[in-house]
Design a protein around this ligand. Structure first.
Ligand code: C5P
Length: 228
């Protein structure tokens, strides 16, 4: 089967995960959350002592990463998730600690190269909805359909707070907003694979739309562009 890739890129907390996972379920595609991969690598770096006072020891980190891989885990209902080094990673990947350092880890060239290869391997011979920041521009520039999500900052902060509250993590609205602004800035201004809208992407501003509305707009677009 040839690869069928749908990319969903955009700013933090614009609803990428919700849309991408719903599309994957609807079309029976795999769902690849590349942001989670960057979060797992950040957690791995922290846990192994490769980040001290916000400074990442890139050479130590990449030496250790080179023997490790991401892989799919398929449960008995056919749902897929990701493993890294044979382990799965839960909600703690969305803690402040990780959100605070992930963009500094994600701007490192060796980390991006490592994850680029991992992402390519994960989608081989598969149909996949891939969400991230550089999916339609750098990782899968030939994706059949490219979607780009945007939303107003106050709406994104509210959504992120709600998500954090639901996961019972203690939160502070100002800290959440500052983190979104800081990550957007670092992600958009980095030298390698910066966050930007792919030229040929279809943009949806999700600020005033429900999850279902966003899904239906994306689905209509995909159906006229993916072909059969
Ligand atoms: O999507 P999520 O907010 O979980 O992504 C966390 C971080 O991972 C982003 O802020 C960005 O620094 C990084 N990232 C990236 N490229 C991607 C996906 C995520 O640099 N394709």
């Amino acid at each position: 089967m040839p690869e069928n890739i749908i990319s969903v890129d955009g700013f933090s907390s614009t609803g990428k995960s919700t849309l991408a996972s719903k599309l994957a379920e609807y079309y029976n595609f795999y769902y690849l959350n590349s942001g989670l991969m960057y979060r797992i690598i950040s957690y791995f770096a922290l846990k192994n002592g490769f980040i001290i006072k916000d400074k990442v020891n890139e050479s130590q980190l990449i030496n250790k990463l080179n023997n490790l891989n991401f892989d799919w885990i398929i449960d008995k209902n056919g749902n897929n998730s990701l493993s890294f080094d044979g382990k799965t990673f839960g909600d703690k990947m969305y803690s402040f600690e990780i959100s605070d350092i992930v963009s500094s880890v994600a701007k490192l060239e060796s980390v991006r190269k490592f994850l680029f290869t991992q992402q390519k391997n994960l989608v081989l011979q598969k149909s996949v909805v891939v969400e991230g920041r550089d999916i339609g521009t750098v990782v899968f520039p030939d994706a059949k359909v490219k979607i780009f999500l945007s939303a107003d900052l106050d709406i994104r902060t509210k959504r992120r707070n709600k998500q954090i509250e639901e996961n019972n993590i203690s939160f502070d609205t100002k800290k959440v907003e500052d983190n979104l602004i800081k990550r957007d800035k670092t992600d958009s201004e980095r030298k390698i694979a910066p966050l930007k809208k792919p030229k040929d992407a279809f943009e949806i501003d999700t600020s005033k739309k429900s999850e279902l509305e966003v899904f239906n707009i994306a689905k209509n677009y995909i159906e006229t562009n993916l072909g059969s």
